[in-house]
Design a protein around this ligand. Structure first.
Ligand SMILES: C[S@@+](CC[C@H](N)C(=O)[O-])C[C@H]1O[C@@H](n2cnc3c(N)ncnc32)[C@H](O)[C@@H]1O
Length: 368
């Protein structure tokens, strides 16, 4: 088992003057949160504590030599020199599973928006996580051959017979063949990828002519249309810290803000690009029942493991102490329970097609 700090080092904590003192990034210093008291009073939602139950794959190799930070495990440095920012333990995986339910609700029960054919043959889910999307897809298309890849072996072993999980770093040259897949799916890779254009170039190479790519990403900016998420509030700070941390790490969280999906797919050569945008409520404030349900699941997914979402970025990248992080989280939880706050975050699905008749043989070198 690796210890904290094994393997590649993150940037020096707090090395930017803005990290601890505020400034152009708009980030308040960590001491801002510890200087304030938290009254645990009003507006509490009915969300209770959440059980942590999930399955993990058991593989006897170095991919299980996880790094540990504050008792939470992260992917093995043997698999990638990349620095993925959430833990890979049960608590985080449960949050991922709740999020899968949310993202399916958001798409009205659908797993994807691209107009793929019913007889789709070969499909890959990049950064599959606990593999819920891949499992549901394989069940829905029993004649398709589905692969899910990830840098952590956190997928269950009881899966549909037409699904296989593989450990593979998507930010390196893909091990898949040219023109192999009818459908390439990605979801929630924000903050994991240094070069989005290169990722989509790999996808283009491995996509069959006429096949589709779809990428579902979200913003870390928590905002409101009525001003109820105030400047300097914990929710307001959330996106700012991720933006700054991602900038320091060289793995941007500004996927929506910089339109990286559409631009990268277009540059890779994909055509028929479609963009679907959605504002997802962060808590159960909407009156509309469906939106309210989405808000409650968003909050549940987040509150299942707020610590897991912030631990690496706030401590290893931004240099906050454990105490500072926990006090910030307490302030955030309080704001999440305030029914007068009407927060949402943006989601974006972009899907696009590799031109018919555009075989990629011989073009790999030019594209990579
Ligand atoms: C937020 S989770 C999303 C999981 C899944 N796509 C979903 O939507 O439920 C991101 C996943 O990407 C994986 N990941 C991060 N960097 C990766 C890389 N370079 N190659 C492959 N997977 C990666 C993480 O291990 C994690 O399981």
């Amino acid at each position: 088992m690796g210890a904290a700090g094994d393997g590649p080092s993150p940037p020096a904590p707090g090395s930017s003057p803005t990290a601890k003192t505020g400034g152009p990034s708009g980030i308040l210093p960590a001491s801002h949160w510890t200087a304030q008291t938290i009254d645990d009073d009003d507006n509490d939602s009915s969300l209770g504590d959440v059980d942590n139950v999930s399955s993990t794959a058991s593989l006897s190799s170095s991919i299980l030599e996880y790094r540990t930070i504050n008792g939470r495990t992260f992917h093995s440095d043997r698999v990638t020199d990349g620095q993925y920012w959430t833990p890979n333990d049960e608590r985080q995986n449960e949050s991922m599973d709740i999020n899968h339910h949310l993202l399916t609700l958001v798409l009205d029960g659908k797993l994807f928006l691209a107009p793929i054919k019913d007889d789709v043959q070969k499909v890959i889910d990049i950064g599959t996580g606990t593999g819920m999307w891949a499992i549901d897809f394989a069940d829905q298309f029993p004649n398709a051959n589905v692969i899910g890849t990830d840098i952590s072996p956190i997928q269950p072993s009881w899966v549909p017979p037409n699904l296989q999980f593989q450990i593979d770093d998507a930010t390196k040259e893909w091990t898949s063949r040219d023109n192999e897949f009818d459908f390439i799916h990605m979801r929630y890779l924000f903050g994991s990828v240094a070069d989005w254009a290169a990722l989509y170039r790999q996808a283009f190479r491995c996509c069959k002519p006429g096949g589709w790519i779809e990428d579902f990403e979200a913003s870390t900016v928590m905002s409101s249309d009525d001003g109820s998420v105030k400047e300097g509030s914990p929710m307001n700070q959330w996106g700012k810290v991720f933006f700054e941390g991602g900038r320091k790490l060289g793995r941007p969280f500004t996927v929506l803000e910089d339109d990286l999906q559409r631009k990268g797919m277009e540059a890779a050569g994909f055509v028929n690009i479609n963009v679907w945008d959605f504002k997802c409520p962060l808590t159960g404030w909407p009156k509309d029942k469906k939106l309210q349900e989405m808000g409650l699941y968003s909050q549940l997914a987040l509150e299942q493991d707020v610590e897991g979402y912030v631990l690496y970025m706030w401590s290893q990248v931004m240099g906050w102490s454990n105490d500072e992080i926990h006090v910030y989280i307490a302030h955030l939880r309080k704001q999440l329970r305030d029914k007068n706050v009407h927060a949402f975050f943006r989601m974006r699905v972009v899907y696009a097609q590799k031109p018919e008749g555009k075989s990629d043989e011989g073009e790999t070198a030019a594209a990579s």
